[in-house]
Design a protein around this ligand. Sequence first.
Ligand code: NDP
Length: 461
Amino acid sequence: MAEHDYDLFVIGAGSGGVRAARVAAMSGAKVLVAEEHRVGGTCVIRGCVPKKFMVYASEYSKHFETARGYGWDIGETSFDWPRFLMAKDNEIARLSGIYVRNLQNAGAELVHGKARLIDRHTVEVEGRGRVTAAKILVATGGRPWMPHDLPGLEYAITSNEAFHLTELPKRIVIVGGGYIAVEFAGIFNGLGVDTTLVHRGPNLLRGFDDDVRSHVAQQMEERGVKIRLGAQIGSIEKTEAGLVAACVDGHNLDADVVMFAVGREPYTEGLGLEAAGVELAETGAIKVDDYSKTNVDNIWAVGDVTNRINLTPVAIREGQAFALTVFHDQPTRFDHEMVASAVFSQPPVGSVGLSEADARHQYGPKIDIYMANLRPMKETFYGGHVRCLMKLVVEQGSEKILGCHVVAPDAPEIIQMAAVAIKMGVTKPQWDSTCAVHPTLAEELVTMREKHLPPSLGQVA
Ligand code: NDP
């Protein structure tokens, strides 16, 4: 008789947990997955997927404007938020169902309920009791972080609630300058909501290339988002007319909804990690090695709960690498270098590799910059104001492309392909030897020949 009830117990049926469970089960291992909410995790249920539907919905206001410029007669337009929500929820339910079926088809069992470690081999699942497993994988993801000491914070929402607002607000204040704040500002603005973004820093999207950051902020303002930089909300008050978000500089912002998007934290609360002796980093993330193994020999962790690169495809690859290593006898490490990402701002960002600032920090002055800032032909035709940014960061000497940054309507699609070449170590001459596809916006990327000089050098040159 087997020493344990299961070969693998996976806590969390999100992107990382589901992939790991499926691949492990395909080896013939007996796998149990516990999920306390809905199968699919943050990405499918309250993150990337519903967010992208909201981005699509919100982009129509811009499409209508463009269509008029191209000769279409479009009368009054209006948006039916409840109808959209219902369609969105139906699609999310369908996708969650696919995740469930995929688990079942792979032979993994699923149990609904919060799981808590009792010791390094025993897990208690609400409503199911205790089971033991030879190996345990923690894939519980993250959840929105909120400041604890802000008066009136109980009136604010996070992205979790933004997907289920019963009514579309007339005015929203969004706090934060990261992925989520910027994406939701674009969404609500596009849906016709009077949108104010309040960010404590000097520019949005810290960590991205500085030209990208300025370009995104400028383009968001161009589309109507009000951006208040260097500003902090000190309190929120409920009045008869709605909410008042008071900035610490004394400025008051009226809103119907105040949304905080000021970061996410690893979700480890109530997991019993202490009982199993699993070590956490100072950030609260589970500490793991290159193979996603914790300090406890039979416990691994993947995805946002480890706070490495908090992106769905990364969690999936970490889950896959874990299952190959542990259940298929194929030691596999996921390479966290050169992971591309996209911000679904409006216009969106696609980025891979080093920003100019990071490249200069790592390589000193031996960096060349190639940059184009242009209005695409789709816009010039009707006098639209969207401008696109393309930027390459290149190491002098080796001519290796260290970073590629695009702000443009199809930037996320473009960057996926650029990432293939850059991950393979493409040089600028090899990149340039690729013939352009015409007429496209992306052709600009392979036709940038002039080095971009900083303004001071530009005057001398
Ligand atoms: P981010 O870490 O991207 O941004 C957090 C923002 O909140 C920053 O602008 C930060 O400012 C600000 N902030 C932090 N603490 C405070 C505070 N006390 N008061 C005011 N502002 C504060 O977090 P998000 O919540 O936007 O997203 C979490 C993660 O989820 C992302 O980093 C990303 O990994 C992932 N994600 C990815 C998406 C994608 O791939 N498209 C979409 C959404 C999320 P400062 O810069 O000054 O620190």
